[in-house]
Design a protein around this ligand. Sequence first.
Ligand code: ATP
Length: 283
Amino acid sequence: MSQAHVLQLENVTMQFGGVVAVNDLSLEVNQGEIVALIGPNGAGKTTAFNCITGVYEPTNGRISFCEQPMVENFPKGKMQKLYAGENKGKFTHTLNPTPDKITQLGIARTFQNIRLFSKLSVLDNVLIAKHMRAKQNVFSATFRLNAAEEKRMREESLALLEEQNLLHLKDEVAGSLPYGLQRHLEIARALATQPKLLLLDEPAAGMNPQETQELAQFIHRIRDEYNLTILIIEHHMDLVMQISDRIYVLDFGKLIAQGTPAEIQNNPRVIEAYLGVADDAED
Ligand SMILES: Nc1ncnc2c1ncn2[C@@H]1O[C@H](COP(=O)(O)OP(=O)(O)OP(=O)(O)O)[C@@H](O)[C@H]1O
C-alpha cells in the first residue's frame, strides 16, 4: 500500500433497513489530491461523507485515515440477516469514533445546506471551530477555556479571517451575510480545525457561473496554501472537470467508474447514469 493515502475506503456499505445507500464502496484519496465523488441524486454521495465523518456507522467495511484504520464495522444483530451488501465476513472489528473525534484527527467538512451558527458573529463561528479541534465536545469547547488558550485561539482565528479576506466582516452576524460569503465562511470555519483532509459537500450549490469559477480558483488556492487533500461532492460538472485530479462515480450506491476527468467524460456507463438527469448535472 502506498504511503500517500490520506483517505481509504474499503468495501464500505451503508444499509438503512432494506435500503443499501452505499454498496461496497472502495476508494482512495492521496496526499494533495483533489478528488471528486459524483453521481445522480440519491446515488449515496452524502451518505459516504456521513460514514467518513462519523455521522453514520457504516454497516460493513473499513475507513482508514493516514494509513490508520479509523472506522470499521460488520453486520451485527438484526442486520446479520437483513444485510444485502457484499463482503459479509471480511471485517471483524468495530471502530466507531464520534464526529468530534474525527475532527480532532484532522478531517473537516462542509455541508450541502450551509450550517453556520447563523446568529453568532463571523469571528465566533471560526472560534468555535477552533475550540472543537482542541476540546472533547461542544460543552467544554464553549465553556472551559483558560485565558492564554482563548487568546491564542482568538489570534489564530483573526489571522485565518485575514488570510481569507474576511477580517472586515468579523463582527457581522453570520446569517446576515450574502449566500456566497456564507459558503466562504463555512470553508474558513472548516480550515480553522487545521484539517489534513477537507470534505466539501456541493460547495457550488446555488452559485452563479462567475462565483463557481471563483470557487474553482479558491479550492486550488486553499489546497496549496493549507497543504490540504480534498474530497468534493459536486453536481456542477464544469467545476468537477476543472479542479479534479481524479473522479469516482456512484450510481445507486455502487461505484460505476473511476478515472481522470477526460476518462470520466467519455465513459459510456457514466453518460448512461446521467441520462434523464442531465439538466441537474449541468446547471
Ligand atoms: N438516514 C437515512 N435513512 C434512510 N435512507 C437514507 C438515509 N440517508 C440517506 N438515505 C437514502 O440513501 C440513498 C442515498 O442518499 P444520499 O443523500 O447519500 O444521496 P446523494 O448521492 O448524496 O444525493 P444528492 O445528490 O441528491 O444529495 C437515498 O436513497 C436516500 O433516500
